[in-house]
Design a protein around this ligand. Structure first.
Ligand code: GLA
Ligand code: CA
Length: 691
């Protein structure tokens, strides 16, 4: 006997078609329980001051081969290259203590560099390459190891800061006497250029999207002297700016090379400025620990130590310990394979399709790499483009989709079409994935289960919602049509933007398309490589997108302005049109008010209450449709020392920042022969030898 679905049965008995039964909407509930999964390795909790301080030491050291450059008159002595008071990492906080010089860290990445102009919005290929090259005013990656009572961003290029009594002004003191990797002084000229010619210039956006709103609407910046600047706000004590001083928001570029080619100071167009530093250009000046010295398309980027790096250990050894860093230009899946096999050194294991094999190999006695799982902080959301007034210049079809997206029943239909158990199992079987309702992740500090609304999977309910949104399958081909007068009454068709560089993104997007079709919505994939996908997202050229979420849904305090359309450009899925207008739905306006109140509050209890409100607004109204969330694992070759316990692959930042690579070393007796450019330092045309 053929088993009839519950939906079909009453329809047969009543002798009416199944689609006429629109009443069966399944009510939302609280999220289903998550399978038990414990993180491996607890962080050692310390205060920020246990980790480092700024102070002058008696004397400084450098690798022997670098001294040869000094002797040859090619480089000033190390003490002159360092700031008067460098950042000093304390040995007591180093998991394995003071390190040895030498060694190579071999990364593998799936991205490709567009060029070195991070400030012009160019990607360097991700996987931590830009994190290793740029330094920012504050640092938040390592905060996973900081005591909750001392939780505040760590000083970095900003050595200290003071609030005015009324909280309307912040004075920021930069590290004094630090240099770019080519020897040019780092000072407020770099801050001035970053703020006035990048952040405040509407024609250009830095890679991670900082705008004035990131620091509060109406915020201004004044230079006081070479190492001091102030910021003036329109609200009191917006402490979130300290988090937005961190990667990738307030990371100034080398004004001495950027300014001369910027349209405000040259005949260049903005396009020419953006493309002025192609990947073939070597020796691009950085404040980070390593400088690019070799690039071969689709093959490798090699970076060598920055002889002007401004951090040292307690014995005065100039950092980093590692002389060379590689970025093999391959695929993200290959990063896992190579890290596990020992031909690469590092991976954020984040694509569940690779979990079983990676776990199996890492458990063997002769496994070259350690693998440790962290909390469930990798999650994917299906986001509707919520702009109804022209962001991304939609054509007639896309505009019609936007109007559906702005309809609550349509979004409820989409979420109830998602079988999250099946989606999770299509990635990996086992206790890894959970059904993710969207919004803040379960297990994170601001998560409140009671404020989380979960719409269970139900095709019947999905269809009821689509019909309540005004859709009907008028031609009987199984797919909903546009109402009469729209798009000639043809089938509704939506496209799903996704990143083709990750098998997980592809699998999820394919699952979403299949499930939408089961619910009667015709969908097509728009799979683009990382850089093109990012461009489509940032310019609003999409209907819906499958996206791996950022840090704001984990930490709330990092990239807070991303949580809602608080400004013209802050949201992922609702930005202003060309005239700068935002057409917020009423509940979006409430989200904005809640996020602004959160930013303006210094009261912990009030902040948690506000985030509960945020979670309810998000999950009830489906600002995004959560899909799945799961833990990632850090894979690092066993020869590396000073890897902090419990380093998550993603929290305030990615593991490439969390592990503090400038302190990581390979013990001398374990150093393998991986260096491609031994005994060289970065030069304008590639690696340079002494003499
Ligand atoms: C990519 C990778 C992540 C991480 C980041 C760093 O997004 O998928 O695992 O390496 O780059 O920016
Ligand atoms: Ca149809």
């Amino acid at each position: 006997m053929k088993i009839l679905s519950r939906a079909a049965l009453p329809a047969l008995m009543l002798g009416v078609s199944a689609t006429a039964l629109t009443a069966q909407m399944v009510e939302p509930t609280t999220p289903p329980p998550a399978p038990e999964f414990s993180a491996q390795g607890e962080p050692v909790f310390v205060n920020r001051s246990d980790m480092f301080e700024y102070r002058a030491l008696e004397s400084y050291n450098e690798p022997e081969f670098v001294s040869a450059f000094v002797e040859a008159g090619m480089l000033p002595p190390v003490a002159e290259r360092l700031p008067a008071e460098p950042m000093v990492y304390k040995a007591g906080n180093m998991p394995d203590g003071i390190g040895d010089y030498g060694g190579t860290l071999r990364h593998v990445i799936g991205g490709r560099p567009e060029g070195w102009n991070y400030w012009g919005g160019q990607s360097q290929g991700w996987g931590g390459i830009d994190i290793g090259m740029t330094e920012c005013l504050t640092r938040t990656g390592p905060l996973f190891t900081i005591n909750p009572e001392d939780l505040e961003p760590m000083p970095n290029l900003a050595k200290s800061w003071e609030w005015s009594d009324d909280g309307m002004m912040l004075t920021v003191n930069l590290i004094e006497g630090a240099h770019w990797s080519d020897g040019d002084p780092f000072d407020t000229e770099d801050i001035d250029f970053y703020w006035n010619d990048i952040v405040m210039n509407g024609e250009v956006t830095p890679l991670n999207g900082a705008t004035q709103t990131t620091y509060g609407e109406g915020t201004t910046l004044e230079i006081v002297d070479d190492y001091t600047f102030t910021m003036t706000f329109t609200t009191a004590f917006p402490e979130s700016v300290l988090y937005n001083f961190a990667y990738g928001n307030f990371c100034p570029g080398p004004s001495h090379v950027l300014k001369p080619v910027h349209p405000s100071y040259s005949d260049n167009t903005m396009e020419q400025f953006i493309n002025a530093f192609p990947p073939e250009d070597m020796g691009f000046p950085v404040m980070g620990a390593w400088v690019p010295v070799e690039y071969r398309a689709d093959d490798i980027i090699v970076l060598r130590r920055n002889p002007y790096y401004w951090k040292v250990d307690e014995e005065g050894n100039q950092l980093p310990y590692l002389d060379e860093v590689h970025y093999r230009l391959s695929t993200w899946a290959d990063r896992d394979v190579q890290a596990v096999a020992g031909t690469g050194d590092f991976s954020n294991l984040e694509q569940p399709e690779n979990y079983v094999e990676s776990l199996r190999r890492s458990a063997e006695d002769d496994a070259p790499a350690r693998l440790a799982f962290g909390p469930r902080t990798i999650g994917y959301t299906l986001y509707p483009n919520l702009s109804g007034n022209g962001w991304g210049e939609p054509d007639e079809r896309a505009q019609a989709v936007r109007e559906l997206n702005r309809n609550a029943d349509f979004r409820k239909g989409i979420t109830q079409a998602m079988d999250r158990v099946r989606l999770g199992e299509s990635l990996v079987k086992g206790p890894f994935t959970v059904q993710y309702p969207g919004g803040l992740y379960a297990g994170t500090s601001y998560y409140d289960e009671a404020s989380t609304v979960f719409y269970p999977y139900s095709l019947e309910s999905a269809r009821a919602h689509f019909e309540a949104a005004g859709l009907a399958d008028t031609d009987g081909d199984g797919f909903y049509n546009w109402p009469e007068g729209m798009m000639d009454g043809g089938n509704v068709q939506i496209t799903i933007l996704a990143n083709t560089d990750y098998q997980t993104d592809r699998n999820l997007a394919e699952g979403v398309v299949a499930m939408l079709e089961e619910a009667g919505i015709q969908a097509a994939l728009n799979l683009l490589t990382g850089n093109d996908r990012d461009a489509a997202q940032n310019s609003g050229r999409y209907d819906w997108m499958v996206l791996r979420n950022g840090t704001s849904l984990i930490t709330v305090v990092q990239n807070t302005t991303e949580l809602a359309p608080v400004g013209a450009q802050t949201s992922l899925n609702h930005r202003a049109n060309a005239d700068g207008e935002l057409d917020l739905l009423p509940w979006e306006q409430e989200m904005v008010d809640v996020v602004n109140a959160f930013i303006g509050s210094r009261d912990a209890a009030e902040r948690s209450e506000l985030m509960s409100q945020y979670q309810r607004l998000y999950t009830e109204n489906l600002y995004g449709v959560g899909l799945t969330a799961y833990p990632g694992a850090l894979i690092i070759n066993k020869r590396f020392a000073n890897i902090p316990a419990g380093a998550p692959i993603f929290m305030y930042n990615w593991a490439e920042d969390n592990i503090i690579r400038e302190r990581v070393y390979v013990p001398a007796d374990a150093q393998a022969d991986h260096e491609l450019h031994p005994n060289t330092l970065p030069g304008d045309d590639g690696p340079v030898t002494a003499g």
